[in-house]
Design a protein around this ligand. Structure first.
Ligand code: CA
Length: 224
């Protein structure tokens, strides 16, 4: 347990919600600062070091997504975004540009507190977004997007895509992919790699008319 109190910046223009959050968080032993305006939030977040930022999306002067985008050019402070119900786009965009987590309003305070504990604990590990052109993945949140639009992937498809993206510009052989994604104890044939590459192409290349995963004859696959 830290002796020093953790600092949380609450960015929310609905005073009822921000007041409630402040009371709950102070009760839990956090120090809080409340800001109701997007532009002000950005300057406060850049000027001071917070352990975490709770960031509403719909804000006056500068929306939360824009605040986050500009903040991430300089800082990796953990951010939990608050989105309105059914704002899937905000959620995906937020994670895509480096939010660590999101909560949909209305939310249970216990759940928010749990997520705050989680993200202040590993504050040293920033959310990492890997991008290749319009294709982005957030391995921590396990979200993949093309041009900001979510790609619905199975676990293995995501693992394969992540491995190729982490090794971009390197031609990776089927055996290597099989070891990395399916593990050494996989007894099937390397054809499974081709099958999953085909799945990925049907969900990305075919949908957007692009070539993301290139086949290098006799060598393997590569994302450039
Ligand atoms: Ca709002």
């Amino acid at each position: 347990m830290d002796n020093e109190k953790k600092n949380i910046l609450i960015v929310e223009d609905e005073s009822q919600i921000s007041r409630f959050l402040q009371l709950e968080l102070e009760h839990e032993g956090y120090e809080c600062k409340v800001v109701a305006d997007g532009r002000e939030a950005l300057s406060v977040a850049l000027d001071s070091d917070f352990d975490l930022i709770i960031l509403d999306v719909m804000l006056p002067s500068l929306n939360g997504i824009e605040v986050l985008r500009r903040l991430r050019q300089d800082k990796q402070t953990p951010v939990i975004i608050l989105t309105a119900r059914d704002q899937v786009v905000d959620k995906v965009t937020g994670l895509d540009i480096g939010a660590n987590d999101y909560m949909t309003k209305p939310f249970a305070i216990e759940e928010l507190l749990a997520r705050i504990r989680l993200h202040t604990k590993r504050a040293a590990t920033p959310a990492v977004v890997i991008s290749c052109g319009k294709l982005s993945i957030n391995p921590e949140a396990r979200v993949a997007t093309y041009d900001g639009r979510p790609i619905d992937l199975t676990k293995k498809e995501f693992d394969l895509l992540e491995y190729l993206m982490r090794n971009r510009n390197i031609v990776v052989g089927r055996e290597k992919l099989l070891d990395a994604v399916w593990g050494f104890d996989f007894y099937g044939s390397t054809n499974v790699v081709d099958v999953y590459v085909r799945y990925l192409r049907s969900k990305i290349d075919d949908v957007y008319g692009v070539t993301v995963i290139e086949t290098v004859r006799g060598a393997g696959y590569v994302i450039r």
